[in-house]
Design a protein around this ligand. Sequence first.
Ligand code: GDP
Length: 364
Amino acid sequence: MKNKNSDPNFKSALKVNDGIEQPPSINSDAAERFKKVKRETLSVDDYVNGIRTANRTILSKAITLVESSLQEHEALAQEIIVKCLPLAKKSVRIGITGVPGAGKSTFIEAFGKHLTETGHKVAVLAIDPSSSRTKGSILGDKTRMENLSVDANAFIRPSPSSGSLGGVARKTRESIILCEAAGFDVIIVETVGVGQSETLVHSMVDFFLLIMLTGAGDELQGIKRGIMEMADGIAINKADGDNIHRASLTKAELKNALHYFPLAESKWETQVNTCSALTHSGIADVWQMVLDYVDFTKKNQYFEQRRLEQSRQIMIQTLEQSILDRFYQDKRMKKLLQQTEKKLMNQELSAYQAAEQLLNAYFE
Ligand code: GDP
């Protein structure tokens, strides 16, 4: 039997005959641009211009840089962010939380569609510290937000893969800036209800929305009081069909419960609405609630104050983290730490003395 190894005349269908001209590229400019994006040879200005002109491929690539832990990517990402900062303005940042099953993704889809239909551009980011790329983060699931994900005025980005909670938060904060520079005027940050991430999301948004279900009694037990206190608005979801009546009862109960909470620093009283992410009833009211809040807090200057306070917190956290990193990465300190630990184990030093000596040595 003939085969390509034994027969010199064997003709493979894959063989390209000499002398046949390759067809010209249909759009050589576009092909060149595409190649450039693919090859990762973009300069800082290429990134910034791409983001400024709302090029999603470039925006996605810039977010990937922000999420990367490679030092060279980090440096490039920082340069891009600094140039995007003056472009990043005029957005409303909304944090959304709720127990799994409350209907967060269905709600975000309905809410997002309502916004794009009324002329807004919506970016959806997620914080899920438990996720990793391999497990597939919840937002990465393709069946979620099917309509919104193909909407030209929406941009959906799954949670960065797991890392320290602080690391994930920083990446999300920086991604918010990039999305704002790309012209997205409503930024939604979704959190998976795992306790700590709510506080982090709260620290990076203007408005914090809690999605709840009917049956306040049971539901209230599942939601920590602290999270209720953080909420600027509550949406009781699934207010449809037989559930409508129960949803209004829950609304009344919640409003009553909220009376006993101290007034927030913003002086805004937490609002409660019912809605159905399925039938879209009440979705526009939730957006109106956000607009009322923005109006109220811009008038009493809390809006700006909250953003400034968030910046201050970021500065302090970054400072603390870099001091720690530098200390532990310092070769001299690594050695000294080992030696001091030995002394501690041999009871030659107390724990406080050991810490004091290490600090003194570092700041010498
Ligand atoms: P998540 O875990 O909070 O993101 O919740 P999902 O959005 O995945 O919703 C959980 C389930 O509730 C899904 O089966 C949805 O179809 C359903 N669901 C979400 N919103 C509504 C709603 O407004 N009404 C009804 N009846 N079902 C809903």
